[in-house]
Ligand binder design. Sequence first.
Ligand code: HEM
Length: 629
Amino acid sequence: MVYIFILVSSNWWQYPYPYDIVAIAASQEKLQKENFIDSYTESTEQSYVHRRLRNCLDPKIGKLGKKVRYGCSKRCHKFRRLDGLCNDYENPASGSLYYRFGRNVPLNATVRDEKNLYNPNPRDISRTLMKREKFIPVTIVNILVAGWVQFMTHDWFDSGKNDRCRHLKVPIRDDDPDFCKTMDIPMTRRDSCRNSKDYDTYQNTVTHWWDASQLYGINKQINRRIRTRKDGKLKLTSKDRLPIDPSTGLPITGNSLNWWVGLGIFHVIWTREHNYVCDMLKERNPTWNDKMLYNTARLIIAAVIGKIHTLEWTTAILHNDVAKLGLKSNWYGITPIEIARGNASLAAWLIKRFPQLSSGIPGSIGNPKNIRGVPYSLTQDFIAAYRLHPLLPDEFEVRSHQTDELVNRYNMKDTVFEKAESVFEENSMDDLLYTFGNDYPGAMTLYNYPNFLRNLDLPTTSPHGKGKVDMATIDILRDRERGIPRYNAFRRLLHLTPITKFEDLTTNPTHAEELRHMYNNDVEKIDFLIGSRAESPLPEGFGFSDTFFRIFSIMARRRMEADRFFTDDYTSEYYTQWGIDYIDATHMKDILLRHYPSLASQLQPNVTNVFIPWKSQTSLDKNFPYPLY
Ligand code: HEM
C-alpha cells in the first residue's frame, strides 16, 4: 500500500484496481469536508431588519417576514411541502424555495471579474470553439438522457426570471451574420435579501430538494391547476397527454420552462405514473382522502425518480466500474469487503484509512440524515456543471416503433416551447419513445453546440428575455457573471492538478492550438465550461469530463443524505410498505411498459437500461441495476 501516499486524485482513472478506488475515495472525502460552502454569511435577522422581507430566508429561522422561528409543526412532518420548508427541523428554511444557492468553492473565489467579463469575447468563443459544423454523437447513451436530465434540473434549480432592467452587453463583430453591434443579455435576478457587503448570492426559485417539484409545482397556485382533487390524481387529457394552457400554448404541469418533446415525454410519463401510484394506494387504503393519496404518492414518486436517476441514468452516462460502485453506494450502500472484492486484508486497510467505511458505505437511503455541518442547498457550481446543451441534436426523425419506417422529420427549432405540442399531436408516444430510445445525443465536446440554440428565438412567455439569443454565449457569460472560477482555478479549488499548458488539457493538437489562440496563450483564462468540454482523454465510459464529475458526485450524494425523506424518514410509516417495495422493485423499463405496452417487442427481452440505445443492448445485463465492480 506504499503507493497510496503518492496517489494523485486527478489521475484516479489511470490507476489499476484498487488504487483507482482509493484515489477517488480520498478525493471525495476531501471534497465533502472542504467544498460545501454556505452562502449565508451574515445569517441573522439583524441584517435584514430595515429591508423588504418578502422571500428573505434565514436557515435557522425560516421566513424572516414572519418574524418568528418558523414552526415546523407536526402537521408538516409527514409530507413534502410545496415550498420545501421544514425538511430539516434544525434549519427549517434550508433547501426551500428562494433559499440561496451555496458554493463548492470558497466565497472569496466567487467575486465577479468585472474587468474580464467579456474577455475573451464569449460570442467569439461560441462562433469558433463551440459552433457545431457536423453533429458529433455520443454512442453510449440515447436522447432520452437529454430530456431526463433537463427534467431533473427543473426539479433542482432555477435562477428565475432575468432582470429586465440590467443588461450585459456583449460586443458583436461587424462580420457576425446573426447579431448586430451588441448582444444584450438581461442579468440574473438579484438576491432580494442580499446585503451589499455580502459576496454575490443568488436565490433558487424552485426548491433545492429532490422532491419532484417540476411535476407538482412550488406554490398553491400551480399545484391547484395540476390536480384533479379526486383520489390524489393529476390532470391528464382523454388522450393521456397534459392539458394545454391556451394563453401560452404550454402544458399545465409543475414547470414548463424551455419545453421540448424530449422533456415533455417525461412529464407525461411521470404524471401517468403518479396516477397509477394513487390507484395502488387507494386499493390498499380505501378510506384515504384525496390529500392523503396525493401527498403519499408524491413522496413515493420523488423517491423512485431519485433511484432511477442514480442507478439508471447516471450509470448509463458514467459507464465506468468505479463510478458505478459509487452510485450503488449512494442508494443501496456497499461494504468494504465488496469494494475489496472479497480481499479481507484490503478491506481492513480501507476501514483504517477511511473510517467512515467501518459499517460499510451506508448509502443514503434509510440511513441517518447527514448535512455535514452545512445547511443543505444546491450550489451555483452545480448549475454550471449541468449546462449540458450539447446533448441536444439539431434535427430528428421519428420512426415507427413497429416497422422502423420514417414517420416524420423535424428541425429542433420547430419543436421547442409552444411548438412541441404539435409533435405530440402528429406522433404516438410509442414512436417518440422508440425514436429517442435509439437515437444518439450530442457529445459533450467542443464544436458541438446545437445550432438552433445558438440562434434561438425566445417566445414572449419566456422569463429569460425576448428576441433572439445565443445560448452558447449565454452559458459562458452566466458563469462569469455568477463568479464561477475559470477552469484552472476551479481545478485547484477542487484539489485537482492544474494544467500548465494547453496540451495538458487535450490530446487533440488542433483543439489545443485553437484554445491557445482564443485564450491568448494563457491557460488561466480558459473558461470552466470550455475547459471541461475540451478535456481529453476522458475516463473510460464517461459521457462528460472528470472535472465536472467531481461536482456531480459530491452533490449527488448530498442531495440524498441531507434530505430526511431519503434518510431518517425513509420508512414504511411515511411511504407505506407498498411504497417502499414499489420503489425498490420499479425500473424505468417497468414504467414504460406499464403505460406503453406496445413497446414490449422493442424493450423485451434484452433492454435493461432504457437510457442506453435500445438496439445496442443485445444481451441482458445480469447485474443491472446493481452494478458489481
Ligand atoms: C430545447 C431545449 C432547451 C432549451 C430551449 C433551453 C433553453 C435555455 C434557456 C433559455 C436558458 C436560460 C438562459 C439564461 O440564463 O438567460 C437555459 C438555462 C439552462 N439550461 Fe437549457 N435549454 C434546453 C435544454 C436543456 C438541457 C437538455 C439541459 C441539460 C441539463 C439544460 C440545462 C440548462 C441549465 C443548467 C441552465 C441554467 C439554469 C439556471 O441558470 O438556473 N437545458 N436553457
